[in-house]
Ligand binder design. Structure first.
Ligand SMILES: [Zn+2]
Length: 339
């Protein structure tokens, strides 16, 4: 039996299954400062200029050009996009990907992002995931004077109240700790240290962009408590990203203290990005901690075909197969998606 015939059923199932894109960022309007080439790579500056010479770029470009039925060059694809307009090309891509629902986070700082509601033109169902660091910064930045009157107690009260007020309208929380202070989250961070962190942050410029690890850890732990209370999954960026993150602080192994904490044995933690290049570490964690799930959706467009294969193999080396998901968490969200 040749390979095509052997995997025909699998291929058909993969092509016919509608996906829930549970790791989506807002679409951006035409004219956004986000360069199209930036969708292919996390690099910037001179490094981004070399992205077209990478295998993931060449494959993605070839696939998009085939979908658009145009020449496989960046110029021709961009020309097609401009001529067709945002609405037309978005519908085309969403239909080809067979996306039935979108779970969009609010952590994007991209230029000209669309409102959540307008995504409904492309996916039948659209849901929101709240970025906990973004929420914390929004609350603090609403008081615009440097050195404002926030205390840790008043901030915590405002943060928890806001999160609880939206908890029934969202389908998950998301942490970008990897991009700021790393994943070595201390679940026992003291109030004194967190307060000190808040004081230092308030003394800096506005709008505030939190980087203090103690304050981050404190925010994360309070958020995870709320996630448990409201049965919301917590998505955590792990592994690769842009230059902002220190990759060695982004292996999911660093989450051990959180996973071992008795308060969080019932939480649901979704490790995003296949934890690449730490896919094996993610797989191990998913095999020994019931709380850990693996999502590889966002990682694979950024890898070569061989990279996709080896990363998926690593994810499956130990983890229960049902905890390894493509653009997923769909079943974590299922209860809410059906209401
Ligand atoms: Zn993300």
């Amino acid at each position: 039996m040749d390979m095509d015939a052997k995997y025909a059923d699998l291929r058909r199932a993969a092509e016919e299954t509608a996906v829930v894109d549970a790791h989506a960022h807002d679409l951006v309007a035409a004219g956004s400062t986000l360069p199209f080439i930036g969708c292919f790579s996390e690099a910037d500056g001179d490094a981004l200029a070399l992205a077209p010479h990478s295998l993931p770029f060449k494959r993605s470009l070839r696939d998009i050009a085939a979908l658009y039925d145009c020449d496989p060059s960046l110029e021709k694809v961009e020309e097609f996009r401009r001529a067709q307009g945002l609405s037309s090309i978005t519908s085309k891509c969403f239909q080809a990907a067979n996306i039935s629902a979108l779970v969009v986070d609010d952590v994007s700082t991209l230029d000209k992002t669309l409102e959540l509601e307008s995504h409904k033109a492309f996916a039948p169902k659209v849901y929101r995931v709240v970025g906990i660091e973004t929420l914390a910064e929004t609350i603090i930045n609403e008081e615009s004077v440097v050195g404002s009157s926030w205390t840790l107690d008043s901030f915590t009260e405002a943060f928890v109240a806001k999160l609880k007020s939206v908890a029934n309208k969202i389908v998950g929380l998301k942490s970008m700790a990897a991009h700021r202070s790393g994943l070595e989250i201390d679940p026992s961070v003291s109030k004194v240290d967190a307060e000190d962190g808040l004081r230092k942050e308030l003394a800096t410029r506005r709008p505030l962009r939190i980087t203090n690890k103690n304050l981050f850890d404190y925010i994360f732990i309070h958020s995870l408590e709320i996630a448990v209370e409201f049965h919301l999954p917590m998505q955590i960026h792990t592994g690769f990203g842009d230059r902002e993150l220190g990759l060695r602080h982004c292996t999911p192994f660093h989450l051990r203290a959180v996973l071992e904490d008795k308060r969080f044995v019932k939480c649901q933690i979704v490790l995003l990005n296949a934890s690449y290049p730490f896919s094996r570490e993610g797989s191990y964690l998913a095999s020994v901690y019931s709380q850990v799930y693996l999502d590889f959706g966002f990682a694979f467009p950024k890898l070569s075909v061989q990279g996709i294969t080896s990363s998926l193999k690593e994810l499956l080396e130990r983890a229960p197969i049902k905890k390894v998901k493509y653009l997923s968490s769909e079943w974590l969200f299922l209860e809410k998606l059906n209401t």
